[in-house]
Design a protein around this ligand. Structure first.
Ligand code: AP5
Ligand code: MG
Length: 214
């Protein structure tokens, strides 16, 4: 299975990807995570991407499509891929079709997480993650079971993303509306889009996604 999780910032793409990895052994290919790793490592890509990400704008199609190409090529042929935060433009959607074909794969499903835009700023400004394993949390909606201790790896160090402030979130939402939402009709024509209520509880969203993939 090769699937895209599509939705605006804070829709729950990363949260649901982590569940799919755990339940089905799929691999999460998040261009946001790859770019943050490049920024942290100070690679040429990271140096180019940092300022753009801090503004909440989109990094170039060439950079992100190359990241997907490299990461997909390194995967075992029988492992399913979850595209999280990619593609985000019409050009990236075309790149993805070519990259998949080159690897003998094709796109099975596009799952759109439908969310109420008004709730997203609250979701994003309340988000934090484990500094050690990256597990995602939210101050009120999804805190660790024991305060200050990661459920997954028991680390006590947490971090917040530099682009998770209200101003940048507004730019990210506008980028989604203007450049990413317009790629959906093309997938609809192919009959591969399913919609899920992304405002439901995390576990309910996960069940709805599993029902689509079953
Ligand atoms: P990226 O990292 O992809 O960020 P994003 O698309 O803005 O999405 P988020 O990661 O903010 O949201 P999410 O949907 O993963 O939500 P999450 O599960 O964390 O991109 C960052 C930047 O990198 C971009 O701005 C751009 O500059 C660059 N970039 C990346 N990919 C690119 C590309 N392809 N092309 C060009 N540039 C690119 O959930 C959010 C919070 O809500 C969490 O705290 C979570 O616990 C909570 N939550 C989740 N689900 C629920 C629920 N059902 N109920 C209540 N709370 C919930
Ligand atoms: Mg994410």
């Amino acid at each position: 299975m090769n699937i895209i999780l599509l939705g605006p910032p804070g829709a729950g793409k990363g949260t649901q990807s982590a569940g799919l990895v755990e339940r089905h052994g799929m691999k999460q290919l998040s261009t946001g995570d790859m770019l943050r790793a490049a920024v942290k490592a100070g690679t040429p890509v990271g140096l180019q991407a940092k300022a753009v990400m801090d503004r909440g704008e989109l990094v170039s199609d060439e950079i992100v499509s190359n990241l997907i190409d490299e990461n997909l090529a390194a995967m075992p042929a029988d492992q399913g891929a979850i595209f999280d935060g990619y593609p985000r433009t019409a050009a990236q959607a075309g790149d993805l079709d070519r990259i998949l074909a080159k690897n003998g794969r094709s796109l099975d499903r596009v799952i759109e997480l439908e969310v109420n835009v008004d709730a997203l700023v609250e979701r994003i400004t309340g988000r934090f993650s484990c500094a050690n394993c990256g597990a995602l949390y939210h101050d009120t909606a999804n805190p660790p079971a024991k305060e200050g201790v990661c459920d997954v790896c028991h680390s006590t160090e947490f971090k917040r993303r530099p682009d998770d402030n209200e101003e940048t979130v507004r730019t990210r939402m506008e980028e989604y509306r203007a450049k990413t939402a317009p790629i959906l009709p093309g997938y609809e024509e192919r009959g591969i889009v399913s919609r899920v209520d992304g405002m439901a509880e995390i576990a309910e969203v996960a069940s709805a996604i599993d029902a689509i993939l079953a």
